[in-house]
Every structure is written in C-alpha cells, then in structure tokens.
Design a protein around this ligand. Structure first.
Ligand SMILES: C[S@@+](CC[C@H](N)C(=O)[O-])C[C@H]1O[C@@H](n2cnc3c(N)ncnc32)[C@H](O)[C@@H]1O
Length: 234
C-alpha cells in the first residue's frame, strides 16, 4: 500500500485537516503484509490510470447485502456491524492511516471475512462502485469544518451526493449523522436545490433509543458537551 500511495498520491489526498503521517513500525508492517489482501485500491487506481475511469470494480457475490461506511475513524461502528452481520459485506473507507491499521489488526485477530478497507479518498472508491449496488451507506459525524472559509473542505458536496445516490439501491438508505447544525443545513440546502436529482430526505434529532446514537468517538464527544446529534436520511 505504501508503494501505491507514494506512486499515486493524488488518489489518497483529500481536502482536510492534516493527518499525522506517523505510524508505528509494527502497524506499518501489518499494513504492508495484509492490506492489499482486503483492499481494492490497486484495481481502482489501475482502472483510473488506464483511462477507463468508468470501469466498475467487481465485488464479492457471496454476501446478502453491501454496506459502506465513509470516514470510519477508529472503526468502532464498522467492526460492530461486521461482527453482528457476518452475512453482509462492510466496506470501510478512511484516509486516516492509523484507523486503517487499527481495524486491520482487529480483522486479523477476529478472522473477519466480511470487511473491505480502503485508504483512498472516498471519491475514487465511490466512483468505482457499480451503479445501484449498495444497500446502506453510513457517514457518521464527518469533519464539520465550521469556519466559513473551510466549508469547501466538507465531504458532502454535490459531486459526492451524486455518486452516493447513483450507487445506492433504494432511497432513504444513506445515513449521515452530525452534531453541526450548520453542516446539516448546508447539506439540506444542496438536497433541496437538486431535489429533482436527489429525491426527498428525512431529518431529525436523535435520542438515546436511536440505533445510530452514541455509536462513535466523535458522536460521544459531542453528546458529552450537550450537543444534539442530527440524522439526515436520503
Ligand atoms: C470527524 S471524523 C469522524 C470519525 C468517526 N466517524 C467518528 O464519528 O468517530 C471524520 C473522518 O472522516 C475521514 N475523512 C474525511 N474526508 C475523507 C475522505 N474524502 N475520504 C475518506 N475519509 C475521509 C477523516 O479522516 C476522519 O477520520
């Protein structure tokens, strides 16, 4: 993976906060040895480089459902899902390398066979997914980028929403949670503006009984501060 990353840095770069490149030797060895076995990065980059940008990846066919989590952080929710639903495939996309290494270690320890990991900027992965192939997509508390001048770094752009909508099988299966009212409103504005393309959405404030409440480190940090957690489904 490190070879791919140094040869094709553009696929791994993204508009965001600087992520420490420091990774322990043991984690680096782990990634070097096992990452390519459970990632499709090579195939995705190869397709792009061969000017066949629209060529889609082939996915394993032995799972009942295909789910994606974008920006899984330390992988808590991704792993919990994969353990709870062994008949479903979970694709985790995360640019934070330490998160990838951490999840990889657990996958190997628990011998999980239903996770695919990607360290790519999610745009490239989503672009390579077959149309209407995904059952559920989760985006749990994406970086809020509160300052106006940083808003353009946000994950939820027209381009990404368009991709998400094209690869999902049915409506209301894309779940985004956030503690940022401003991020929520801006995403709603995008969905409203392009309602004809993106369809209807639902929005609400989650409570303790909601399945997606308190499921990640970032969410719990916000909850401890007394913030509301919003759920947007489209
Ligand atoms: C605020 S953190 C939330 C992490 C986790 N979902 C949680 O709630 O604890 C957002 C995560 O999204 C990842 N991320 C941001 N932009 C991304 C992109 N374009 N592709 C993949 N991951 C991305 C970041 O590396 C970061 O780990």
């Amino acid at each position: 993976m490190f070879l791919l990353k140094s040869k094709y840095p553009e696929y791994y770069s993204y508009q965001g906060r600087k992520i420490s490149k420091k990774i322990s030797i043991s984690k680096k060895n782990l990634v070097n040895k096992f990452y390519n076995q459970i990632s499709l990065d090579r195939e995705i980059i190869r397709n792009h480089e061969s000017a066949n940008i629209s060529k889609k990846i082939s996915l394993p066919t032995n799972f009942n459902k295909i789910n994606i989590e974008i920006g899984f952080g330390n992988g808590e929710f991704l792993l919990k899902n994969a353990i709870s639903y062994p008949d479903e495939l979970f694709i985790g996309i995360e640019v934070y390398l330490n998160g990838i290494a951490k999840v990889l270690a657990t996958i190997l320890n628990l011998k999980l066979k239903n996770i695919i990991l990607s360290n790519l900027n999610c745009f490239y992965f989503l672009n390579a997914m077959p149309i209407k192939s995904v059952d559920k997509i989760f985006i749990i508390n994406p970086d809020p980028w509160i300052k106006k001048r940083h808003n353009k770094r946000r994950l939820m752009s027209f381009k990404i929403i368009q991709l998400l909508r094209s690869i999902i099988k049915s409506k209301h299966s894309i779940y985004m949670t956030t503690d940022s009212k401003n991020y929520l409103e801006d995403t709603r504005d995008l969905l409203d503006e392009y309602r004809e393309n993106f369809g209807e959405y639902n929005v609400g404030i989650m409570s303790k009984n909601d399945k997606l409440y308190g499921i990640s480190k970032y969410q719990r940090k916000a909850i401890e501060k007394g913030e509301k957690i919003y759920l947007l489904t489209f």
